[in-house]
Design a protein around this ligand. Structure first.
Ligand SMILES: Cc1cc2nc3c(=O)[nH]c(=O)nc-3n(C[C@H](O)[C@H](O)[C@H](O)COP(=O)(O)OP(=O)(O)OC[C@H]3O[C@@H](n4cnc5c(N)ncnc54)[C@H](O)[C@@H]3O)c2cc1C
Length: 435
């Protein structure tokens, strides 16, 4: 019997568990740990609440989660409640699928000001991550600035601009729904250091901006390269740039404009009375792939700023960490003997949910080669003894199903669920301690 521990129950964790179950069938026991009492990582707390069809991928993980040889062990933080070395002594292989939950910080003056947020925090706030439930962004001003030109920036701009009616069928949490309903925003500026050809926004997500009830996307036509240059782009990117061209032709006849400001590098956040009031940007031009400053600056008014410039993994004591790359030091998923990583903890914050599948299968192939037929560790029985000694309050997958039922029962009309945003409430909703 092999005993595998996976830390993190997001897509990478579940695909890896699926691969382990396929590799060894009944000859493996898989324990999936998560620091939250609820599973699925960014499927729950990252993927936009108005994109329910994407969130539904978690149903696929249920098949793995409910298999007899797979266990979800929620409410346990590895590196705090249990040390890495302890898990290594119990399991034949330990795979870190802990994602990249921390914001990369923009290295400019003023990011400490109030009403400036990273996307992990801001998205976590509207998506019910307990760590960010208390964020209380102030949406009373007219101007928002979103820094970054990826799909997360699009999510943030779209959520900021939607009416309450447009959240029908979404699972945006109540505190965000209520606050957004009374927002005074009139202009959302998306800042990009480089040009339209360099965006990392996919056509489907970009196209949604054309169908918003009270917002219109806008692009300055002077920022667009000659149309003939689009022919060099790969088809998906060409579609995205075609949409930007459409935005340049769109009449701004709705109360909110979502304005793309290209060739604009933020150099400083401007303060008024301790809060952010603007973003000073330097105009840039492209030299090859690089944005180079021109020395000309201007101020974009900003009552709230959300930076969407990427994520970093969180170090865990005892695990080699690459500070520069912001992820665990690894060679193709292998960290050291018996210790591996997968998903965003391995690759950094790139790719879609689906990218984590081949990643999980690839890492499991390595594990299989490395541990072969050996498998003499105590595994889950050993963990259970340790958990009891330490008085750890574990949340199981069956408990999660009770929490899920309680969330569904609390949903506002038309919504699939009202997420608990407090860990104690989640635990209470399981209806009694786990067996
Ligand atoms: C805002 C946002 C929107 C996105 N939207 C989409 C989209 O629409 N479509 C798409 O294809 N992709 C989307 N993605 C990308 C997708 O979410 C990722 O590819 C995927 O979630 C990465 O999976 P992961 O398992 O590596 O990490 P995660 O999903 O982050 O899972 C990591 C898990 O590890 C747990 N954990 C962390 N540290 C510890 C610890 N010390 N002990 C125990 N547990 C721990 C966390 O609680 C979490 O559950 C989005 C990403 C973001 C940030």
């Amino acid at each position: 019997m092999r005993h595998i521990a996976i830390v993190g129950s997001g897509p990478a964790g579940y695909y890896t568990a699926e691969a382990a179950a396929k590799t060894w069938g009944d000859e493996v026991r898989i324990d999936i740990f998560d620091r939250l009492p609820v599973p699925f990582g960014l499927i729950r707390t990252g993927v936009a609440p108005d994109h329910q069809s994407i969130k539904a991928v978690s149903r696929r993980y249920e098949k793995t989660a409910l298999a007899d040889n797979v266990r979800f062990i929620g409410n346990i933080t590895i590196g705090r409640d249990i040390e890495i070395a302890e898990l290594q002594s119990l399991y034949d292989a330990l795979i870190l699928a802990t994602g990249a939950p921390a914001d990369r910080t923009l290295p400019i003056e003023g990011t400490h000001l109030s009403n400036v947020f990273g996307s992990a925090a801001f998205v976590g706030w509207y998506n019910g991550h307990p760590a960010f439930a208390e964020l209380e962004p102030d949406l009373a001003g007219k101007n928002a600035v979103v820094i970054g030109v990826g799909n997360v920036a699009l999510d943030v701009a779209r959520i900021l601009s939607k009416t309450s009616a447009e959240f029908a069928g979404s699972d945006i949490v109540g505190h965000a729904f209520d606050r957004l309903a009374v927002s005074n925003l009139e202009r959302i500026t998306i800042l990009g250091r480089r040009g339209p050809h360099e965006i990392q926004m996919t056509p489907k997500e970009l196209g949604e901006l054309l169908h918003l009830e009270r917002a219109t996307p806008q692009v300055d036509s002077s920022d667009l390269p000659p149309p003939s240059e689009d022919e060099t782009l790969e088809p998906g990117q060409r579609k995205s740039v075609a949409l930007l061209r459409e935005f340049a032709e769109t009449v701004a006849d709705k109360p909110i404009s979502i304005h793309f400001d290209f060739f604009a590098n933020p150099v400083r956040l401007v303060e008024t009375n301790g809060a952010v009031s603007g973003v000073e940007v330097e105009e840039t031009r492209l030299e090859g792939e690089r944005a180079v400053g021109t020395g000309r600056t201007y101020i974009v008014p900003a009552d709230i700023v959300v930076t969407c410039i990427g994520y970093r993994s969180m170090p865990i004591p005892g695990v080699p960490f690459d500070e520069q790359a912001g992820r665990f030091t690894n060679e193709n998923g292998r960290i050291t003997d018996g210790l591996y990583c997968v998903g965003w903890a391995k690759r950094g914050p790139t790719g879609t949910i689906g990218t984590n599948r081949p990643d999980g299968y690839g890492v499991m192939e390595r594990v299989a080669t490395d541990i072969g037929n050996s498998g003499d560790k105590p595994g889950r029985a050993g963990f259970d003894v340790l958990a009891k000694e330490r008085g750890l309050d574990i949340v199981t997958f069956r408990d999660w199903q009770e929490i899920e039922k309680a969330e569904a029962a609390a949903a506002r009309e038309g919504a699939p669920r009202e997420k608990f945003v407090d860990i104690e409430q989640m635990i209470a909703a399981r209806g009694g301690p786990s067996a």
